[in-house]
Design a protein around this ligand. Structure first.
Ligand SMILES: O=c1[nH]cnc2c1ncn2[C@H]1C[C@H](O)[C@@H](COP(=O)(O)OP(=O)(O)O)O1
Length: 232
């Protein structure tokens, strides 16, 4: 059964390092995600936020656009989603650790400017873009994930600006579109993309957010996870 439920949370956390995180959001979560570990990361109920006050906090964001019939390409994906190739060869999302004393959302937007050259006068993440948080006790790390929606023409402009980002060529080696479709052989496209190496919980952040935003159905995600490459 795929019942969803709503989380309604607001508040403010102050982490060990003095990081301020103001938050107010309404988010849909899934019972199958709650209390399960993904890799090393547990999806957390943010009403228990003070349990994580001694943790390091990192914030990452998926920039995406929905695609309508006019923008459909031959593969007919429902959206266009951006990830980045990191300096270490892993795929991840733009963002990172927030500086001590810095407001969390301000820190996330600063990272997006440094890594993507995002024009913050046009595009800015706010708490309404929050999707979910995870915690790893072994790494003492709490990850917070956001999704920033834009239009396809604006997303193309964002892509075009990336090479002028401060961190381009050092921390960020490129921006990539996620192929949100599966080709006729049942493997090329999204299933093949999922076989790459992802940093932290980025692969799970991608999967949950695609489902949350209805850019892929749970069945499409399960099929992609189960797909095997054809030999020969
Ligand atoms: O996209 C990501 N999704 C989930 N976790 C991630 C992602 N990128 C990095 N991480 C993890 C790995 C690191 O332990 C921390 C912070 O990493 P990073 O983004 O490299 O932060 P800084 O640039 O060092 O600020 O999060």
């Amino acid at each position: 059964m795929n019942t969803t439920f709503k989380l309604l949370i607001s508040g403010r956390i102050l982490t060990k390092s003095g990081l301020v995180h103001n938050f107010k959001y309404s988010s849909t979560a899934w019972p199958f995600v709650k209390d399960t570990y993904i890799n090393d990361f547990k999806v957390i109920d943010y009403s228990k936020k003070y349990d994580y006050s001694k943790s390091t906090h990192a914030f990452h964001c998926m920039v995406y656009a929905r695609m309508n019939e006019q923008t459909f390409t031959i593969q007919r994906p429902r959206g266009c989603v951006l990830m980045q190739m990191r300096f270490d060869g892993y795929l991840g999302f733009p963002g990172g650790l927030v500086d001590p004393g810095e407001d969390a959302i301000h820190g996330l937007n600063r990272e997006l400017e440094e890594e993507m050259n995002l024009d913050l006068t046009k595009h800015k993440v706010t708490e309404k873009d929050f999707i979910f948080s995870q915690h790893s006790s072994s790494r003492n790390l709490t990850l917070h994930f956001y999704a920033l929606e834009t239009t396809l023409p604006e997303l193309e402009k964002i892509e075009a600006r990336v090479q002028l980002a401060k961190d381009y060529g050092s921390e960020v080696l490129g921006i990539v579109r996620v192929p949100l479709y599966t080709m006729r052989d049942g493997f090329r496209g999204f299933p093949a993309f999922l076989t790459h190496a992802f940093i932290g919980s980025a692969r799970e952040q991608l999967l949950h957010t695609l489902q949350h935003l209805k850019l892929l159905t749970p069945e499409e995600i399960s099929d992609a996870l189960a797909a095997k490459p054809h030999k020969g």
